[in-house]
Design a protein around this ligand. Structure first.
Ligand code: CTP
Ligand code: CA
Length: 224
């Protein structure tokens, strides 16, 4: 299937996609973050749009240019901001794809101004952020929930565990040991009944096409 001729299987669907990393402030000039280019999430947004969906893209900081093709582009920084923006929209959304690399921890307190290097050692106390996807899984009614997981070992076991624990419909798994900022990925898709398909290493737009084809089948999109 080619992007331009992709059937409008998501026509009438409202799709919310999160992309990129989150950024948790330490002080005025420093933060902790995750490795994520945002490319996969932006590719999903591009393809979902081509498939006829109404697309909201909630993005953490990336070096990608804001896409002109989505219906709504929301820039966030922290996991907490992403949580707020996702929750606001959840009720009125049909499909949520949580592709963002959300920070699991954030500094317990943010230093005002800039930390000076007065000590030889510095201890940062971190606290857990909210698990956005897990909460969506608890709240969901009609929505289809798609999660992403980057693992380094026990791939299938971890994937199935996350899918169940977060009450997801699909989980897209990739190998975290492989290049992150790359234009190409290889992924495995799991559904509630287990393994669905492997997508060979390909560019992210084509991978997005295949993922969204599986999603649209679940969403009951009428083929055109
Ligand atoms: N996720 C989320 N909110 C968080 C952390 C993760 O919504 N605070 C979402 C991610 O966007 C992804 C899915 O949960 O779709 C799985 O993320 P992952 O980091 O693989 O799993 P975690 O539940 O955070 O567990 P761990 O990092 O310990 O493996
Ligand atoms: Ca995590």
């Amino acid at each position: 299937v080619h992007l331009l001729t992709f059937p409008k299987k998501l026509a009438g669907k409202k799709v919310l996609i999160t992309a990129g990393p989150t950024r948790e402030r330490i002080d005025a000039v420093r933060f902790i973050t995750n490795a994520s280019s945002g490319k996969m999430g932006y590719a999903l947004a591009t393809v979902a749009k081509r498939m006829g969906a109404r697309v909201s893209l909630v993005s953490g900081p990336t070096s990608l240019k804001p896409p002109y093709y989505v219906d709504e582009f929301v820039k966030v920084e922290s996991a907490e901001e992403m949580y707020e923006e996702v929750m606001k929209r959840f009720e009125d959304t049909d499909i949520v794809i949580m592709n963002a690399a959300v920070g699991d921890y954030r500094p317990k307190k943010v230093f005002e101004g800039k930390l000076k290097k007065t000590e030889d050692e510095l201890v940062l106390h971190l606290e857990r952020t909210k698990d956005i996807l897990k909460e969506l899984g608890q709240r969901k009614s009609h929505q289809i929930l798609v999660g992403f997981a980057a693992e380094v070992e026990n791939f299938e076991e971890n994937a199935v565990k996350k899918l169940k624990e977060k009450n997801l419909d699909l989980l897209v798994l990739n190998d975290a040991r492989k290049a992150f900022s790359s234009d190409r990925v290889e992924v495995y898709i799991y559904g509630r009944d287990g393994f669905i398909k492997r997508i060979d290493e390909d560019d992210k737009i084509r991978v997005a096409c295949i993922i969204l084809d599986v999603v649209s089948n679940l969403a009951g999109g009428s083929p055109s």
